[in-house]
Design a protein around this ligand. Structure first.
Ligand SMILES: Cc1cc2nc3c(=O)[nH]c(=O)nc-3n(C[C@H](O)[C@H](O)[C@H](O)COP(=O)(O)OP(=O)(O)OC[C@H]3O[C@@H](n4cnc5c(N)ncnc54)[C@H](O)[C@@H]3O)c2cc1C
Length: 680
């Protein structure tokens, strides 16, 4: 590992934090409406970040080429988001504000994010809700007609706007409607079932991509004045995760290999409320939204023998008396209770299961209960009183209480029952932490531009706002802030500087040698995979990698484990290139095995970088928990003196991952008071 110093220019504007974004916007250059029609922008991804960027930029008059591998933009992974989206509107009158949202977010990220970005995000949050309401998003409303909110982990206010348990779906439908308006006008050209396989950099500027048509297999060249990467996160490196099966790291990884710095690769969020793993043949984990922690209490039995009886189906959770239950989050963190941030809740569940109190009858005996019985009773009694009735029976209370719970989380309960065949209204859900979100990603400056000029990165694909840990309901907020309210201004500044009033050097960019060269590299790699004549299917390598990542680079890490993981990943990678088997051909129709192989080849490299980054960070912060660095209570122990920086990695052409160079962006806090993080 090489460590070097480089003055990374984050382009954060000067002045008081409250004025930075407003002042910066007023100095950004503009592109006049009649020039916008001549500007083409490629957007990779149509999730909430890419979809909102495409819709807003085309509405402004730019020509957009939107690429995505699904059949419709509506199927991007953002559709899966369940719990909600944050905004500091103080609708509940609980004293929420831009400052409170900023403070919670920066503390939640364990002071490992750029404070100016976080402040901007908090400022913009309210505009997002206004825009979504105008677009017709059916957010939940309270009795008086105001938008309803609920709480998520790491906050003491109620600022999460939601549409039942399907917020992402409703937001994406609104975003897709906005896109559709421009698709019919021809301002957005969509390339569905297309995968970006490389970035083309011309004279140091991002000017296009090489893509594969996944239906025909054809390799295509596409040029533009700027490229926006909105390709989502890389959690699927772990094989098992809550991410959509198709989510992958290829677009960001290719940008990285073309010179884009990769920031904080080791920051992976583990979500505490997923359905526990069941068996070896599973390829996906299902999230039970964090919003459930508003009404669900997390516990395990106090006695080891009870845990064993439950695992062996000899006792039901309902049979464990209140005094024999350990509500371990409420016990350890009385101030936040079940609403501690995800990293804290996940580690606490692991600690109980490591001690033998896990309740799920799976190979690892890992699982804890998420119990709604208290809330069902509470809501039932309240409803009964509302109806002016007294002396209800338990059955009557529960019937009414369950109705309230159903109105809030009905689709999530239904989904849980379909998957597990257990009715969570009657018996507690079983949950366990799983890989969920990646806070790392391509490094971007304040303008959301990567270290390659002309290549912008938004949404989960960039590293920007969440530091070492993302608070719930903040990813949708960031994606829409980036796509609707930041990128459209900052990309105009770039375009105006480099293209407006300047003569284009090339008559036809697609004929430049860089396009041919990059296309050749892509084709050669595909040929190498196809003609490998190996015997082992792609999934085998992906699963092996996933096991190593989870064991050594997962919820907690240590020096020896990380060294081992690096060694094992290299071995699997060598084996992959020797023995992977991919049937059929490259250019002749659909080949899903080839798609997977390209993605797994990239995971096998990024996995190593994640482990290297984790090894370098000799502290515990947020979801990066190094076992060597903890307090006597077992909490994460940060080292601000030595590690208060964004780690950014540079790939060196034609060298291996181990030769990447680490540069540091020091994090300087002038507004936030850096404190140790406690939720006790
Ligand atoms: C189960 C689940 C629930 C969640 N719930 C919440 C929640 O309640 N609140 C919240 O704030 N966040 C939530 N999140 C996180 C949030 O959903 C995501 O972080 C966010 O939607 C990511 O949006 P995005 O636009 O960055 O990327 P995505 O929505 O992942 O979209 C990626 C796009 O990029 C395209 N793409 C990727 N690679 C390529 C390529 N090489 N070539 C072409 N196209 C490519 C895909 O086709 C897709 O269109 C949840 C996540 C999960 C997994």
């Amino acid at each position: 590992m090489n460590i070097n110093t480089l003055n990374l220019n984050s382009k954060v504007p000067k002045g008081p934090i409250m004025d930075k974004w407003r002042n910066h916007k007023s100095t950004l250059k503009l592109v006049s409406p009649n020039n916008r029609n001549n500007i083409e922008i490629i957007v990779i991804g149509t999730g909430l970040s890419g979809g909102s960027a495409s819709a807003t930029l085309s509405e402004l008059g730019y020509k957009i080429k939107a690429f995505f591998y699904q059949d419709s933009p509506r199927r991007a992974h953002s559709v899966a988001a369940q719990g909600g989206i944050n905004a500091a509107k103080n609708y509940k009158g609980d004293n929420d504000s831009v400052y409170q949202l900023f403070k919670d977010t920066i503390k939640g990220g364990d002071y490992r994010s750029r404070e100016e970005n976080v402040y901007r995000l908090s400022e913009i949050s309210s505009n997002i809700i206004d825009q979504c309401v105008a677009q017709g998003v059916p957010f939940a409303r309270d009795y008086s007609g105001y938008l309803e909110t609920r709480s998520f982990g790491g906050t003491k206010v109620s600022r999460t706007f939601y549409a039942k348990g399907q917020t992402g779906q409703q937001l994406l439908l609104a975003c897709y409607s906005a896109m559709s308006r421009q698709i019919v006008k021809g301002r957005i050209q969509i390339f569905n079932r297309h995968e970006m396989l490389d970035l083309v950099v011309l004279d140091g500027f991002a000017r296009g991509i090489i893509a594969r048509n996944l239906i025909t297999g054809e390799i295509e060249k596409h040029s533009a004045h700027a490229v926006v990467i909105a390709s989502g996160g890389y959690g699927n490196v772990f094989f098992l995760s809550t991410n959509a099966m198709g989510s992958n790291a290829s677009a960001i990884w290719k940008v990285h290999k073309k010179g884009g710095l990769f920031a904080n690769p080791c920051f992976t969020q583990i979500h505490p409320t997923c359905i526990p793993i069941h068996g070896n043949y599973q390829s996906k984990l299902t999230l039970m939204s964090e919003s459930l922690r508003n009404d669900g209490r997390i516990w395990v039995p106090k006695k080891l023998e009870d845990a064993t009886l439950i695992r062996n189906s000899k006792k039901n959770p309902e049979d464990i008396e209140e005094k024999d239950r350990d509500y371990f989050l409420e016990r350890r963190y009385p101030s936040f209770g079940n609403l501690v941030p995800r990293d804290v809740a996940s580690r606490a569940a692991k600690e109980r299961c490591d001690k033998g109190f896990g309740i799920e009858n799976n190979e690892t005996k890992e699982g804890v209960f998420l119990d709604f019985s208290n809330s069902i009773n509470k809501y039932g009694i309240e409803k009964y009183k509302e109806f002016g009735k007294y002396d209800p029976t338990i059955i009557e209370i529960q019937k009414l209480g369950k109705k309230v719970i159903e109105s809030k989380y009905g689709n999530l309960f239904h989904m849980y029952e379909r998957i597990t065949d257990n009715n969570p209204y009657n018996t507690p859900m079983k949950i366990y932490p799983a890989v969920h979100y990646t806070m790392g990603g391509l490094w971007v400056d304040y303008n959301l531009m990567s270290s390659i000029p002309g290549c912008f990165v938004i949404g989960e694909a960039n590293f920007s706002d969440h530091g070492a840990n993302r608070l719930g309901a903040s990813a949708l907020m960031q994606g829409l802030a980036d796509g609707n309210f930041i990128l459209p201004y900052t990309i105009a500044d770039y375009i105006s500087k480099y293209f407006i009033g300047k003569k284009e050097k090339y008559n036809d960019i697609l004929q430049s040698k860089e396009f041919f060269y990059t296309e050749k590299i892509v084709k050669d790699t595909l040929k190498k995979i196809i003609h490998n004549n190996g015997k082992t299917p792609v999934d085998f390598f992906h699963k092996e990698l996933g096991k190593i990542m989870w064991e050594y680079v997962g919820m907690s890490r240590n020096n020896n484990g990380l060294l081992k993981s690096i060694k094992y990943i290299r071995e699997i990678r060598n084996e992959f290139w020797k023995d992977v088997y991919v049937p059929k051909s490259i250019g002749n129709g659909l080949n899903t095995e080839l798609e997977k192989a390209i993605r797994v080849a990239d995971y096998l490299e990024i996995g190593e970088l994640m482990a290297m980054d984790a090894l370098n960070r000799k502290e515990s912060c947020g979801s990066h928990f190094r076992e060597e660095y903890k307090t006597i209570d077992g909490e994460a122990l940060r080292d601000d003196d030595n590690y208060k920086y964004v780690s950014t990695w540079k790939y060196i052409d034609n060298k291996s991952i181990k030769d990447e160079i680490l540069y540091k962006e020091d994090l300087i806090y002038t507004f936030a008071k850096v404190q140790s993080r406690t939720y006790k």
